[in-house]
Design a protein around this ligand. Structure first.
Ligand code: ADP
Length: 324
């Protein structure tokens, strides 16, 4: 053993052997330990030592197996280095994406804010035109004027929803939100359409959680609003809202018996202004679910849909539980 052991370990080895011979207390036997070995030329390399001992007639016998683990150690080192590099890259990439996202939101805010001004002028002058030149407009003129008004109103809604999107969660402080109360408010807000569509809502026991109140309300409002909106003709909407606890998360579901969504579109519907229907069949701007996605992500969660066309949809989302 001593011929392979580097000089600096020999004293430790001697002490260990003396202690074993005196006490028979074994600390290294029947185990595999990693040590350093020394080559003839003095160079050091990693070794793995497995030691066994047994007694025959009061005599101690030892058996040691030494393995040169240079190659394994190099692989381990390379693997560790690659993991570190990868972690570093992930951190850098995440930061880069965060910065890009912030820039994009800033751009969205500025662009939509600045677009409002000329739109107000168009809409104002269209109003003046109608007011002051009504008698001079023939049928076509009236129709063109109506198109301008409808288009400016649509554009104003789009711009407003983009502005809302870019503002979601900015400079807000999380508070404790009672989701039961939140759902009650949403039901009050949707009172008219619930009555009109004869919708039946069942709401399970919902949690209190820490989050952004205005945004969470918008999230429930969008999902429940859609569940009531995208219904099959002649079938009154049945909507169920429930929540359960998962590891580190609250998990919510909003289930409906509406028209359902083709699996092909399950990702696409969460993008800004992506709609599957013309406004004359189901009105909307196509930003509601993009809002929902951003709100859920602000709360450290995910949102997705499961649906069978013609049978209904279930929207699932999670909200991270903050530890106190
Ligand atoms: P909007 O409701 O203004 O169209 P959303 O972003 O809320 O915009 O929804 C995007 C699209 O996803 C909708 O146009 C619709 O095609 C589909 N969708 C959303 N919710 C439902 C639902 N509960 N059932 C069926 N389709 C839905």
């Amino acid at each position: 053993m001593s011929f392979i052991l580097p000089e600096r370990f020999s004293e430790m080895h001697e002490v260990g052997m003396r202690r074993y011979n005196a006490t028979h207390e074994d600390q290294v036997f029947d185990k595999t330990v990693e040590l350093e070995g020394q080559r003839k030329d003095g160079s050091i390399f990693p070794v793995e030592l497995s030691l066994g001992t047994w007694q025959v007639g009061g005599e101690s016998y030892f058996c040691g197996i030494l393995r040169d683990i240079t190659f394994r150690k190099r692989l381990e080192h390379d693997l560790e280095q690659s993991n570190k590099d990868l972690e570093q890259k992930v951190v850098e990439r995440t930061l880069e994406l965060e910065t890009k996202k912030k820039e994009m939101e800033q751009f969205l805010y500025i662009a939509s804010h600045d677009l409002q001004e000329p739109l107000r002028s168009v809409s104002g002058f269209a109003g003046l035109l109608k007011e002051q030149y009504q008698d001079h407009l023939d049928e076509d003129g009236e129709q063109y004027h109506r198109f301008i008004e409808e288009a400016t109103s649509r554009m104003s809604n789009l711009i407003k929803s983009l502005l809302d999107y870019s503002r979601l969660g900015s400079n807000k402080v999380p508070v404790v939100v009672d989701c039961n109360k939140l759902m009650q408010d949403v039901q009050n807000d949707l009172f008219a359409v619930i009555g009109e569509k004869k919708a039946v809502l069942t709401v399970g026991d919902l949690p209190q959680l820490e989050g952004y109140e205005v945004e969470l309300r918008l999230l429930f409002q969008n999902l429940v609003g859609n569940a009531i909106k995208f219904t099959q003709p002649g079938i009154p909407p049945e909507v169920n809202i429930a929540a359960s606890q998962d590891k580190g998360f609250w998990k919510f579901t909003v289930r409906d018996n509406g028209i359902g969504i083709n699996p092909r579109h399950h990702q696409k519907i969460f993008q800004i202004f992506q709609r599957l229907h013309a406004t004359d069949s189901y009105e909307g701007t196509g930003i509601g679910l993009a809002h929902c996605k951003k709100i859920v992500e602000l709360h450290g969660g995910k949102i997705w849909v499961e649906s069978t066309p013609g049978e209904g949809s279930t929207f699932h989302f999670t909200i991270a539980r903050r530890s106190k």
